[in-house]
Structure formats: structure tokens, C-alpha cells
Design a protein around this ligand. Structure first.
Ligand SMILES: Nc1ncnc2c1ncn2[C@@H]1O[C@H](COP(=O)(O)OP(=O)(O)O)[C@@H](O)[C@H]1O
Ligand SMILES: [Mg+2]
Length: 235
């Protein structure tokens, strides 16, 4: 379970990215934060793995304040998928996936075997293991990003517009794949998007954000569709 308790983030220079945001993300569920660019989505995600620390308020994981955790270890224990894979260009696909296990002490051999298994999990052919990121399509690269995020077997996955840069057909495939994976793995997922349809497809719960992380609406997709707030448009 992840709890945001009245978190505020003011960046140096005074820009208030998020103001007094509170939300509980239940374990083993996918919660989607949807809002337009600048609404504070990335800032909120990064508060979970301490890439950003709140100016005020607290973020708790299973009851413990993340500020009490070592930032580097915390970050390695949480899967993080970015819009543009963030893959290391000069490392093979298998090595990219193995990044965290190798950092945390797995042998090359173990890490490599785990990479190949993860590739299958996310629907990538094992024959791609020795290729480099630039030799893969955008959709394949995003699958690698998901495999890499899963490599340390984290309880929590943070996904920041991970399917935003691929064409609509591939995007749909990646969404289906994530739904399938989640039904098998039951991770606690915070997924960020500006696409309302994607939010409704993927979220057990959807949180619609206005500026500064102000919550316009929060509920299940069915609940929100039944009673949409005035300014929550679809598509
Ligand atoms: N490192 C930063 N320094 C200053 N302002 C920032 C920084 N990161 C984000 N912001 C500002 O905070 C607000 C929210 O940004 P962000 O969390 O990236 O939103 P989103 O991911 O929804 O686009 C924006 O106004 C943005 O300009
Ligand atoms: Mg963002």
C-alpha cells in the first residue's frame, strides 16, 4: 500500500507542482493518475521512489515513511518504466534487463537466465537478447523497459506514460499485455497517462487530476463513467 499524505512539492524557483495531495494506492491494484501535461503526475510518481522528496507531507509504503529509507536501495526495490525506455544504448537487451539484479549482487549467469525468462513474460522472443536497443522497434523497447522494471521482482511498479510514444495499434497491444501481466503478478502499480481511454482500460481505480495535483475525480472506471464530474471529458 502506498499512501500520499497531504504532499506538496515546491520546486526551487517557487513553482508549486503538487499541492496537498492525498491518496491511498491499495496493494496489488493498478491506480491510474490521468491529467494534462503539467498537472504534477511525474512529480507524484517520483515521490514514491525518492527521485523527488516532498516539500511538505509524507509518502508511506506499507506504513513506513519513504524518507526513512535509503534512497538508492528504495529506488532499486521499485520498478520504474519511463516513456522512452531509458535503456542503455551500448548494452544488450539481456544486460539492460539485468541492470538491477547485477547491481544488487546477482551473478551474471543468474541475471542472464532471469532476463531470458522475463523476456518471455513480456512477450519478447529470446532471440532478441543479444541485440541492442536501437535494433528494436519502439513497442519492443517498451516491453524491454517493462521487463527491466520487473527484474528485481519489486512489489511496486511506477509507470510514467510508458506507452505514450508508440502508435495506437502497438499501444493497444502493450495495454493488453500489461493487463495480462498484472493478472498474473498482482503488483501495486501507479500508472500515469494523459490519455483518458488508457486510464479507463488499465485502472482498477482512476484519479483525474487538475493542476497542482488537485483531484477532480477518483473512483473505479465504472463509477466515474456512471457519474462523470463536469470537467472530466473522455478521449
Ligand atoms: N525540476 C523541476 N523544476 C522546476 N519546476 C518543475 C520541475 N519539474 C516539474 N516542474 C513543474 O512542476 C509542474 C508539474 O510537473 P510534472 O510533475 O512534470 O507534471 P506532469 O508529469 O503532469 O506533466 C509543471 O508546472 C512543471 O513545469
Ligand atoms: Mg510527466
Amino acid at each position: 500500500m502506498i499512501e500520499f499524505q497531504s504532499v506538496t512539492k515546491t520546486y526551487p524557483g517557487g513553482s508549486v507542482a503538487v499541492s496537498e495531495f492525498s491518496l491511498t494506492v491499495p496493494s496489488h491494484r493498478t491506480v491510474v493518475l490521468v491529467g494534462s501535461s503539467g498537472s504534477g503526475k511525474t512529480t507524484l510518481l517520483r515521490m514514491v521512489n525518492r527521485m523527488v522528496d516532498p516539500t511538505e507531507g509524507r509518502v508511506l509504503i506499507d506504513g513506513d515513511d519513504v524518507l526513512d529509507r535509503d534512497a538508492v536501495r528504495l529506488r532499486r526495490s521499485i520498478g520504474y518504466v519511463l516513456q522512452q525506455g531509458g535503456l542503455l544504448p551500448h548494452r544488450t537487451i539481456a544486460d539492460n534487463i539485468a541492470t538491477v539484479p547485477v547491481l544488487t549482487g546477482a551473478s551474471r549467469r543468474e541475471a542472464r537466465a532471469a532476463s531470458l525468462e522475463l523476456m518471455e513474460r513480456v512477450g519478447l522472443d529470446r532471440s532478441l537478447a543479444r541485440r541492442y536497443p536501437a535494433q528494436l522497434s519502439g513497442g519492443q523497447q517498451q516491453r524491454v523497459g517493462v521487463a527491466r522494471a520487473l527484474a528485481g521482482d519489486p512489489n511496486i511498479l511506477l509507470m510514467d506514460e510508458p506507452f505514450g510514444a508508440v502508435d495506437p495499434i502497438v499501444r493497444r497491444e502493450l495495454q493488453d499485455e500489461l493487463l495480462r501481466l498484472q493478472s498474473e503478478l498482482g503488483k501495486t502499480i501507479v500508472f500515469v497517462t494523459h490519455d483518458v481511454d488508457e486510464a479507463f482500460r488499465l485502472g482498477d481505480e482512476v484519479v483525474v487530476l487538475r493542476e497542482r495535483g488537485e483531484i477532480a475525480q477518483h473512483g473505479t472506471p465504472a463509477g466515474i463513467l456512471a457519474e462523470p464530474a463536469a470537467d472530466v471529458g473522455r478521449g
